[in-house]
Ligand binder design. Sequence first.
Ligand code: CA
Length: 232
Amino acid sequence: MKILIVEDEQHIADGLRFNLEADGYDAEIAHEGETALEMLDSSTYDAIVLDVMLPGIDGFTVAKTLREKKDFTPILMLTARSRPEDVLKGFEAGTDDYLPKPFDLEIFVARLKGLLRRQEWSRERSGSSQRASTFELNGKTIDFDNLELISGDGVIQLTLMEMKLLRFLIENEGQTVSRKTILEDVWNLQEDTDTRAIDNFIVRLRKYLEDDPANPKFVRTVRGVGYKFVTE
Ligand code: CA
């Protein structure tokens, strides 16, 4: 397994690499966003550890650029603790998980391992292995484990956070869920975050699922409250 560490602070980058190598991973370091994108163009990595604040282009831009290029290498974003809006911005850019700085190095390695075993994400909340691994909707198959939406038109790769939200909506079918509940239960964000950030995710889910995203049948808005998933 080869990991790319994108971090401009040398001592942090070295510490991360040291811990990954001690765990048997190969690790390479990029100190700038541009360098990271070049390395990702010329080589394949199993995961990316991505700091937000970088000289030149920032971590959000790196993530967005990759996803636009259909590169879905899992991304663990490193954020400043005090900024939940960074976390949401990171999810929107296509990152899969985040770790607030400063963090414990053992937790870092554990989170990265979790990201590398993507299929385990679906069991993390309930601890149950009996949850469905697929869901059929509108002629499409949602494959929770592989983060894929399969239809006659092809396969769309969802980010981990998109899939977490979609699964949450499906599991609460017929019930209205508030934006605050989504922030807390799906993304573990307790602080006062701008809950409208969720709306961008909903727009994307509708684009994936609905025949007419402007007039959604499945992912409905409950005005002033939140959203409701219905199948009929
Ligand atoms: Ca930095």
